[in-house]
Design a protein. Structure first.
Length: 333
């Protein structure tokens, strides 16, 4: 099972990157203002604009990876991923730096798919593979340390999420996938709370990539009973099927949409609220505002720790429900 989880880490990361590659990234921070601000007495409006730019810069993707600099907190260490990748391997960069235009496929180094959220996904995948490879000893009947912690989560997801919704037979089949979802999303959420990092699950390209894996899983592995409920619902009059079939098909499509939007909205909301509280200090230009803004921001950050686990649990739970509906045989009376 551990080997299956490790292999699924790679499947999910490259699926997310494939979706991310197709999306045009507009998250790079523009230091020059293009909104025609007056700059002659409208300091309050200018400060509000700066706060908004900082928030949007934080939650959007970009080609510049920032590392928190404790010596200069307001000036992070910036790494231009496109330039760095071209310097390391110009040949590989040429393979991936293309776009589709009216004239066909053209080379464009600025469209390289390696972004700051891609880096976070690579780091999360690497950390999880190392954790399950070296932290969990299959020879031990009773785990200790990191292995014991991982085993607690594995048993919880297996007994409380997967088996109740899929049954033991199908649950064993899809347990590695659901576990991969849970651990991958949890780690991405937690890494996004580190100052100077990025939250990959706050990007729609990442969340829709994860949701599409669930979508294609229940589409490809759905049994005949599942498809019978879609195109010939038992107990429904024949004349009502032309109405029910489109409704059922729409339901298939809305499931991954709900998965992706729920995760995206919850992860973005917490970061926006934290930065909005801190932005009050800038907008009010008062040290006294920090006495209320900073504790509130810390409280929301602590809440985000709980939300990080909660959203991974909800995504795993709903994925197991959706897949279970498609693979479990139903009895008709």
């Amino acid at each position: 099972m551990i080997n299956k989880i490790n292999s699924l880490f790679f499947i999910i990361i490259f699926s997310c990157l494939a979706i991310s590659f197709a999306e045009e990234h507009h998250g790079s921070y523009n230091k020059t203002s293009n909104h025609g601000e007056n700059h002659h007495g409208e300091e309050q409006h200018h400060d509000s604009g700066v706060t908004g730019k900082v928030i949007m810069h934080h939650i959007q993707d970009g080609k510049v990876f920032e590392i928190f600099n404790p010596l200069h907190p307001t000036h992070p260490i910036e790494i231009n991923l496109t330039t760095t990748w071209n310097d390391i391997s110009p040949t590989l960069a040429g393979w991936f730096s293309w776009i589709a235009s009216g004239a066909g496929i053209e080379d464009d180094p600025e469209q390289l798919f390696i972004t700051k959220q891609s880096v976070m996904m690579f780091l999360a995948s690497l950390l999880l593979i190392l954790a399950f490879t070296f932290g969990y000893d299959k020879k031990k009947k009773v785990q200790s340390g990191l292995g014991n912690l991982l085993e607690i989560f594995v048993i919880f997801i297996r007994d409380e999420v997967v088996y109740p919704n899929m049954g033991e037979k199908q649950g064993r089949r899809f347990l590695p996938l659901i576990l991969t979802f849970f651990f991958f999303i949890v780690l991405l959420n937690l890494m996004g709370l580190v100052p100077g990092s990025a939250t990959a699950t706050a990007s729609f390209s990442v969340t829709i990539g994860l949701a599409l894996i669930t979508f294609f899983t229940y589409i490809l592995f759905g049994n005949k009973d599942f498809w019978k409920h879609i195109f010939a619902t038992p107990g429904v009059p024949l004349w009502l099927l032309p109405i029910m079939i489109p409704v059922e098909i729409i339901g298939l499509i809305t499931k991954p949409f709900a998965l992706s939007v729920r995760l995206l909205a919850n992860m973005n909301a917490g970061h926006i609220i934290i930065l909005a509280f801190l932005g009050i200090i800038i907008n009010m230009k008062s040290y006294g505002a920090a006495l209320g803004a900073v504790p509130m921001a810390i409280a929301i950050n602590m809440l985000e720790l709980f939300v990080a686990f909660l959203q991974a649990y909800i995504f795993s739970l709903l994925s197991s429900i959706f897949i279970g509906m498609a693979v479990v045989e139903h009895e008709h009376h």
